[in-house]
Design a protein around this ligand. Sequence first.
Ligand code: SF4
Ligand code: SF4
Length: 415
Amino acid sequence: MKYLIWGTGKHCDDRLFCYPQILEETVCFIDARGGVIQEWYGRRVIVQEEIQNYAFDKIVIAAVQKYDEIKRLCMEQHGIGEDRIVSIDRLITQKLIDGEWEPGEVILEASTLCQLDCVQCYMRKGNNLSYNAGYLRFSDFKKLIDENPFIRSVELSNNGEIFLNPELDQIIAYAYEKNVRLTAWNGVNFNTVSDGMLEDLVKYGFRELFIALDGASQETYKIYRRKGDFDKVIENIRKLNAYKEKYGSPYPRLTWQFVIMPSTENDIAAAKEMAKELGMEISFRLTWDYGYAPADPERIKKETGLDCISRKEYDAKNELMYNTSCLQLFTRPAINWDGRFVGCCCPAYDLYPDSENVFEKGFLPVYHSDNVNFAKGLVTGRQKDEGEKRVPCQTCRFWPTMKKKNAYIVPADLF
Ligand code: SF4
Ligand code: SF4
């Protein structure tokens, strides 16, 4: 296969970093900045007018926001057939589902401990569910990285606060040494972070932090984030920014994660302003409370740019009911802090059998075990659920709807 990859931005960089094998089949990149940047990842960067000078099999679009626009351009202006256009995520997902590649990213829980008591937290309400309270040991992290060089990126957050892990400093330093990217996309509350840790995050290039800030003042924040201190979080962000300036580093990139709910819906404009001033992106999320009915939906849609702002509305608009979390079984499989396999980031009331322990058995033997293959078969519709309970998917809240609607993961549906 010969690919021309359209895009040289953050999304493309993240994917190429985790799946460098794509480069073996890449002829060159296409970008409006072609000519300004000559070369990227060792390949020429051209402008779209030059496409016809190159022989290729497929155009791979690596620009999420502009996918539809670029696809239309390819078809209408360059006469490229739809069957020769694919998104980079779909390409990677297909390879992973077909078992041709191993996952370049994993979710590895750094800590299920937490100092807050958020109103809807399933972990606090459920006594840590099956995950148990604990934290990832540096020795286990090191072993996983040393034994599996194809793992290039590790997401550390999921069911607790990563900064309560007393060995996090060693984990961050070792990841840097081994050129493994660390992220906390699932979120951190950022209430308790030492100055030394703030400096380490910058010094060792921790890639990305999503900071959960529901509200734009202590008054609103504390209604949901009980025991949390809004001003302390803002102070930590300012200190982190000062270290970024000192080291001249853009990392960690920061995103303000804001859940829209009754206590926060009037703080949206203020939060956007504060995020801008703090150099943060802002990401609006829907509450999992199905009873939420926004007071002024049109105003909130306008302020957030979202086209649906409640779960009920979202479900009604998205006919395919499978959760994108199912993709993680392939693209970012999740592992508990003690090594037990979890599969995805969805709250699990049961984990995989204890025998599927990545720290004891090794990542690949677990990832390709009968039990995990069974789960992969279920979510892709290739395996029937005969009723015998084997994996967490069978008790997942999405499973009954997926089965009823035959809504399994099919990469062709992705985009
Ligand atoms: S910060 Fe996260 S883990 Fe901690 S109580 Fe809140 S929702 Fe739960
Ligand atoms: S069915 Fe549920 S538990 Fe299984 S991968 Fe999908 S979201 Fe996760």
